[in-house]
Design a protein around this ligand. Structure first.
Ligand code: SER
Length: 328
């Protein structure tokens, strides 16, 4: 039976991963932790359900150690990190939190023999990387602090595996779309914002150019991937940190067209943010995830059409707006 600690549990992924892990029969305990205090579900907020919660600053190694020993933790999903746009605004903090936090988690994992999940990103790639069907093993020279911390994170996770035998595994997540908790300060956030604005206002001003193509994934697939990679048979793993995973890729224009299938009067305008546009322009248009498919049977369930349908249904319920019944 597993005893799991999730850091950054009130963030976009953590809000849903904690609940999903708590439903697993092989999981005895999930301790949610965050630098924010827990609040019960509210719009844009998180609800990790009933269960253990610890206040945890991941740059404080003694505190991580305390939480891990107190709850006899054997697996850490280390999600606490700054996303790309915020990291570009505050690169020094991003270095401390993203890399300093990971290093401290790995040290505690080494001393307590914990497995570690590390969420890497398409941000590990840069302008020198092949941009279409980006392979698993390729050039990783990012031009953002977010990307620098994620590449270094992948390397140090592999190092802890080879040097100390720690079971570290990771995924290079694309943009993640969900209706439960909003992402904070990422470049792919436009997709989530577009859904919220389509339901609320039937119009959205996008901060990326209409033809900016990026990989994306619906949250249920992200949760499935994070759980499955940690459960994968170690004997089959050639790679560890971290696997390319994707489910779809689209541009803001294509997403708006798909939303219009359900919300015909939805309108999109563009007011480009040069910082986030530059970040997006340094990332791939599409990544190739055959290593994940062959080493642990990765197989996403949602494409653009099914994700859009499900997002709108859930947001309409959540925001209590019956968009389709409203006139123009
Ligand atoms: N979704 C992240 C971001 O936009 C990338 O991994 O920062």
């Amino acid at each position: 039976m597993k005893r799991i600690l999730v850091t950054g549990a009130l963030g976009q992924i953590g809000s849903e991963l904690v609940a999903a892990l708590r439903r697993r029969p092989e999981v005895e305990l999930v301790v949610a932790s965050d630098i924010k205090m827990m609040r019960r579900s509210a719009e844009g907020g998180a609800d990790t359900g009933v269960g253990a919660f610890e206040y945890l600053d991941c740059t404080n190694q003694r505190r991580i150690e305390q939480v891990v020993t107190k709850h006899c933790i054997d697996t850490i999903y280390h999600l606490a990190a700054l996303l790309s746009a915020v990291a570009e605004e505050r690169p020094q903090v991003a270095w401390d939190v993203n890399l300093g936090g990971l290093y401290r988690v790995l040290e505690v994992a080494r001393q307590n023999r914990c497995a570690v999940f590390f969420p890497s990103s398409i941000g590990v790639f840069g302008p020198g990387t092949p941009r279409d069907q980006t392979p698993q093993d390729t050039i990783q020279r990012p031009t953002t602090m977010y990307g620098v911390t994620k590449v270094a994170g992948e390397l140090v996770c592999d190092y802890y595996h080879f040097r100390f035998g720690i079971d570290t595994r990771g995924l290079r997540f694309p943009g993640i779309i969900s209706h439960v908790a909003v992402p904070g300060g990422g470049t792919t956030d436009y997709a989530v914002e577009m859904f919220y604005n389509a339901v609320r206002n039937r119009r959205y001003t996008c901060f990326l150019e209409p033809d900016t193509r990026l990989d994306m994934m619906y949250m249920p697939d992200s949760i499935k991937a994070a759980i499955e990679v940690m459960e994968a048979d170690a004997e089959r793993l050639v790679h560890r940190n971290a696997f390319n995973v994707t489910a779809m890729n689209f541009t803001p224009q294509e997403l708006a067209t798909e939303i219009r299938e359900h919300v015909p009067n939805f309108r999109i305008e563009y007011q480009v943010d040069p910082v986030r546009q530059a970040i997006a322009d340094s990332w791939p248009h599409s990544i190739e995830d055959s290593a994940a498919r062959s080493e642990w049977d990765w197989d996403p369930e949602h494409d653009l059409a099914s994700m859009t349908r499900d997002m709108l249904e859930n947001l309409e319920r959540k925001l209590r707006v019956a968009v389709r019944e409203q006139g123009d």
